[in-house]
Design a protein around this ligand. Structure first.
Ligand code: ZN
Length: 277
């Protein structure tokens, strides 16, 4: 491969799930020492804790709190299930506010066997139901379109085009998109939909990792940047052409990488970011 310039770490954010065996203090200390600038916090890491104090701890390590993961899962077979999801999203918004995170990422949800169009309508209804909470706190929501292999049970929003359409339909300053290369890299309309997302003012966050070939587990076999077939730099270029100046968030679920020594793994993440992001 040709020698591309190294990417500096100014906009490097890591999701806590990426190094999931580390508790939040450990992750904060190690990320900060390695020069990471931002952290996206998965909700399980602060469950049962003083959330405001947790936010202060992260900022004391000079980490920007980029977002929390995750809300969503709005579709349900019954009204009671859908209400439970709305209540959980209201909690997620309140927690993000307390933590000092500006954004909650949404894995929107789907119900196996339920028509996808019905699930999409329930997602739009669910988001609408929590917009007052967003307005009261200032916390925004990022619809994350998921790869279609998850359309049965994890998200009925599967392309950036659909996410853009939903943002346009909801027409709220609090609703935008979390674009993840893992979910979107295959889409022939990706370049134009990233541009459209930017024109709508809806590109809220950008997640990176890689698609391993072959992928041996559809959830927990993501690769580090450079280990797979995604042209991350090209996609990042499209993202930045919209004027996006946010973080590049490393979000990797990998049984293989979680089994490594996590200090060695963090060093690999930094190297993969410099060379391939
Ligand atoms: Zn993501």
């Amino acid at each position: 491969m040709s020698a591309a310039p190294l990417t500096d770490l100014d906009r490097l954010c890591i999701h806590t799930i990426t190094t999931k065996s580390w508790d939040l203090e450990t992750a904060a200390k190690k990320f900060s020492a390695a020069g990471v600038k931002g952290i996206t916090v998965w909700r399980d890491t602060y469950a049962g804790r003083d959330v405001a104090a947790t936010g202060r701890m992260l900022r004391d390590h000079d980490l920007a709190i980029v977002s929390t993961c995750r809300g969503g899962f709005f579709p349900g077979a019954t009204a009671a299930e859908r209400q439970t999801a709305i209540d959980d999203n209201r909690r997620a918004i309140a927690e993000a506010h307390e933590l000092g995170a500006p954004l909650v990422v949404l894995v929107c949800g789907a119900v196996p066997g339920q028509p996808l169009a019905d699930s999409r309508a329930q997602i739009a209804d669910g988001i609408s139901a929590v917009l007052d909470d967003c307005a009261a706190t200032g916390v925004k929501l990022g619809i994350e379109p998921l790869h279609p292999m998850y359309a049965d049970s994890r998200s009925a929003v599967n392309t950036l085009g659909q996410a853009n359409d939903m943002c346009a339909q909801l027409d709220s300053p609090y609703v935008g998109v979390a674009a993840d290369v893992y979910h979107l890299w295959w889409d022939p309309a990706l370049e134009q939909e990233i541009a459209r997302c930017g024109e709508l003012g809806k590109l809220f966050s950008f997640h990176v990792c890689d698609w391993r070939s072959p992928t041996i587990d559809f959830l927990n076999d993501r690769g580090l940047m450079g280990e797979g077939c995604i042209d991350i730099r090209k996609i990042r270029g499209w993202v930045e052409a919209t004027g996006f100046t946010g973080f590049n968030e490393v979000e990797v679920f990998s049984n293989r990488l979680w089994a490594m020594d996590q200090d060695d793994y963090l060093a690999q993440i930094i190297q993969a970011y410099r060379n391939h992001t």
